[in-house]
Ligand binder design. Structure first.
Ligand code: ADP
Ligand code: MG
Length: 378
């Protein structure tokens, strides 16, 4: 079921188009993340859902109700911001009780609901403390409790982990996921951190410059990005550029990158210009003959994973992330590189038209992707 639907939403601040004609839907009970670089319009989307601002044009629906002009107070959304924004002089209990008091709940109901919310964020026993007596992670959990205590229809989180240091970030991230799973509440989170987005979301809406770049599951965005921007934003990307011929992408420098060369539905025509995406975890370093010869330029040993920077004999830099072994290749070592040609994803926006109308795999593929996008946003 659709929880929130944006239909042709534009939001301008003077001459700045913060949001430029976007349409998409969020599913009821799902965790949706709005991901994108700073200034791409994420907070604006959240503020539009909360009713803090109104769109310049377009409409917003919840279920089948048009809420475009509904005041914020009537929308029943719970909000958590980057800075906890707790009331410093109030106890934890009173902080969490605040939205219930505004709603004129009875003292008995307040006691019961605040108790429940404290349990849900595992802070029983903290009711009488003041915010400054809690860690940053605990304060953010209080902010979460305050956002859910009145049983909102939608939970909105704007960079809720950004102000926390690494360990606390993980703590609150786990808390958010557990809370969302146990309550089944429709949740929309804003973040610029692709790792957070991947770990928490059912669906990701990737934004760039006020527009939607791609909508999909974390897996789809990572393995089947629609654009070069998407490929680069979600993790490390090796881009293999060249012309496609006989099971490989041939670069101008003379590298032969193995690639199955199949567009979504049709085979590519020989000579088509393409960009293949090869994730670093797909690259194998072999001692025997491989597809390419190269040299280790840098070794970054991180314990669980070793990140190699390699350079082919012809000069292209490639990244390889290798797990489950020691960093046995040293800087300067000669290596052979291999990968499964099936694992090279051809970027849909990379294949230039080489044939006439009706014989254009790029257009075909763009079509397919478009249909897929439509399906995702139903
Ligand atoms: P994000 O949350 O992705 O960093 P925002 O939604 O906050 O992005 O902002 C999107 C764009 O709109 C930015 O260019 C920002 O400067 C602009 N913007 C946001 N709010 C205002 C405002 N109140 N007045 C003028 N410009 C704004
Ligand atoms: Mg923001």
């Amino acid at each position: 079921m659709t929880a929130v639907r944006f239909k042709g939403i534009t939001k301008s601040y003077g001459s700045v188009r913060a949001i430029d004609d976007i349409s998409f839907s969020m599913h009821s009970g799902a965790f949706t993340t709005i991901l994108g670089p700073s200034g791409s319009g994420k907070t604006t989307i959240l503020s539009l859902i909360a009713g803090i601002i109104e769109p310049t044009s377009g409409s917003i629906e919840v279920g089948d109700r048009d809420i475009t002009h509904l005041p914020a107070a009537e929308r029943n959304t719970g909000l958590v911001f980057q800075s906890y924004a707790l009331f410093p002089h109030m106890t934890i209990f009173d902080n969490i009780a605040f939205p219930l008091r505004i709603r004129k709940a009875s003292a008995a109901e307040i006691r019961q609901r605040v108790g429940e919310a404290l349990t849900q964020v595992r802070l029983e026993g903290f009711a009488d403390r003041k915010p400054h007596q809690l860690s940053g992670g605990q304060q953010q959990r209080v902010a979460l409790a305050r956002a859910i205590v009145f049983k909102p229809d939608i939970l909105l989180l704007d960079e809720p982990l950004a102000a926390l240091d690494r360990n606390l970030r993980e703590e609150v991230r786990i808390e958010i996921r557990a809370l969302q799973h146990s309550l089944g509440i429709t949740t929309v989170m804003v973040t610029h951190d692709q790792e957070e987005a991947m770990s928490l979301s059912d669906h990701v809406v990737l934004m760039s410059d006020g527009r939607i770049e791609q909508v999909g599951t974390p897996d789809e965005l990572y393995h089947r990005p629609a654009t070069r921007f998407a490929a680069g934003f979600l993790g490390t990307a090796n881009f293999l550029e060249g012309t496609w011929r006989e099971g490989a992408i041939r670069s101008e420098r003379g590298e032969i990158f193995p690639s199955h060369g199949k567009a979504l539905s049709k085979a590519l025509s020989p000579g088509a210009r393409v960009t293949g995406l090869l994730r670093p975890d797909e690259v194998c370093l072999a001692s025997g003959p491989g597809a390419l010869e190269g040299r280790v330029v840098d070794v970054d040993f991180l314990g669980e994973v070793v990140r190699y920077t390699l350079k082919t004999v012809q000069g292209q830099e490639l990244r390889a992330h290798v797990t489950g072994q020691h960093a046995r290749h040293k800087e300067g070592a000669q290596v052979h590189l291999t990968w499964d040609p099936e694992r090279v994803w051809l970027l849909p926006d990379s294949t230039e038209a080489t044939g006439g109308a009706g014989d254009d795999p790029a257009a075909d593929r763009a079509d397919n992707l478009h249909q897929e996008k439509e399906r995702m946003t139903q």
